[in-house]
Design a protein around this ligand. Sequence first.
Ligand code: CO8
Length: 258
Amino acid sequence: MAYETLIVEIEDYVAVIRLNRPDAMNALNSQLMSELAQALGEADRNDKVRCIVLTGSEKAFAAGADIKEMAEQSFVDMFGGDFFTKDSEAIMRTRKPVIAAVAGYALGGGCELAMMCDFIICADNAKFGQPEINLGVVAGLGGTQRLTRFVGKSKAMEMHLTGRFMDAAEAERSGLVSRVVPVKTLMEEAMKAAARIAEKSALTAMAVKEAVNRSYETTLREGILFERRLFHAMFATEDQKEGMAAFLEKRTAQFRDR
Ligand code: CO8
């Protein structure tokens, strides 16, 4: 499937989805969000994909929702038209691991999109921010909720209230990103991480993702029970037999996603 606002490449069980609106700093418009939801759905259904890398350009992961598209909208347009909602939920429904490889600006909806991914690796030139307040709006794709869970109330509140940007070092220090790498090696590092994930069983990776995400949604007690049941369930898979046999036979496991 060809897209106008994305470049999608699949190789060695990794799908790379690149946001591609260079003239607008990869601002998220309805077309891009719809194409992104479609591309993620296709990758999720594709047996030849075990991990997805979502990235932008060296200048911008995404500088937020498209202000030109939003400026003249009314409440009725936004609410009645379901602006971005269905498509952003499709991103959250993606079951395979999604790594955000962020260089340059990740602002507003761009920061929120990165936070919807499973983890963020960023370049040393990355700048994160929730500057919606400068436009007279609040975040709308989960920024007040997710940033607070990532970095704590104090820093999240400051970011949302002042609209200031956070650099890569601060993002790493405060737990927003898993690590920072030089901008020139961002894709190499993200692809290395993706390749390591793609060596595993897709079934197990999906279970890991469900279990970690559950920690945001439930109590510790329920989360631990959920994890234990998933652990038990893995013993119904061929990949568990293969993974453990390979260890005992001192060879590399060949997972078949069964
Ligand atoms: N929307 C539309 N166009 C944009 C956006 C954007 N968010 N960001 C940048 N652009 C465009 C500029 O208009 C400019 O286009 P042109 O050349 O045609 O004038 C081009 O990209 C280059 O931008 P600049 O000239 O401004 O480049 P600078 O290097 O000077 O600045 C910045 C880069 C700092 C990224 C600056 O462009 C900026 O501040 N952008 C806006 C950032 C922002 O406010 N983001 C938040 C938007 S609101 C949001 O994301 C809410 C999401 C909630 C959705 C809820 C759904 C339910």
